[in-house]
Design a binder for this molecule. Structure first.
Ligand SMILES: C[S@@+](CC[C@H](N)C(=O)[O-])C[C@H]1O[C@@H](n2cnc3c(N)ncnc32)[C@H](O)[C@@H]1O
Ligand SMILES: *[C@@H]1O[C@H](CO)[C@@H](O)[C@H](O)[C@H]1NC(C)=O
Ligand SMILES: *[C@@H]1O[C@H](CO)[C@@H](O)[C@H](O)[C@H]1NC(C)=O
Length: 142
């Protein structure tokens, strides 16, 4: 029994209808790229904002590699916009992407506002999957 375990607060956002899960709040049928989503998110988050923003989002792949890549990068940019509004100084940002020509642009955007940015491929990500993640540590501004 972890009597002293810290208690976190988790909000999940997805376009799909999400089955409720104890210990988490959801914004189902919600598009991260929609400008009204920030208001819904702020209504749920504590005043100080979020410690971590984590995106495992992906579009339905069309199979056209460059197009899928560009779409996912633009979704990551939308999540970064949200992060600018709710992430606490010192916070962490993780986002999934498919590699391609715009990945360095996203990385450069992250490098502007985080002290450390690196590409990671977690163990939980299948080796045969093209997905990789940017892990950005220590958010510098608010
Ligand atoms: C790889 S799945 C994530 C799976 C999730 N991590 C899990 O364990 O269930 C990608 C998810 O991104 C969601 N998604 C795609 N575009 C989105 C958007 N614009 N806004 C919110 N969610 C989106 C999809 O509906 C899909 O559920
Ligand atoms: C954004 O979300 C709102 C509220 O769900 C919805 O009414 C509106 O149509 C959406 N806008 C776009 C461009 O999808
Ligand atoms: C992916 O396709 C499914 C099934 O057609 C649909 O329900 C879902 O909204 C689509 N997701 C995205 C991100 O477009």
């Amino acid at each position: 029994i972890y009597l002293e375990a810290p208690v976190g607060f988790v909000v999940g956002v997805d376009l799909l209808q999400i089955t409720p899960l104890e210990g988490a709040q959801f914004l189902p049928n919600t598009d991260v790229t929609n400008s009204t989503t920030i208001n819904k998110l702020c209504d749920l988050l504590p005043l100080q904002g979020a410690d971590v923003i984590l995106s495992d989002m992906a579009p339905n792949a069309s199979g056209i590699k460059e197009m899928d890549h560009e779409k996912l990068i633009s979704m990551c940019m939308s999540v970064l916009d949200l992060a600018h509004k709710v992430l606490q100084p010192g916070g962490t940002f993780l986002c999934k992407y498919w590699d391609g020509w715009q990945a360095p642009l996203l990385k450069a955007q992250l490098a502007k506002c985080f002290q450390h940015v690196k590409t990671v491929k977690p163990q939980a990500s299948r080796q045969d999957s093209a997905e990789v993640f940017f892990l950005a540590l220590r958010y510098k501004i608010k």
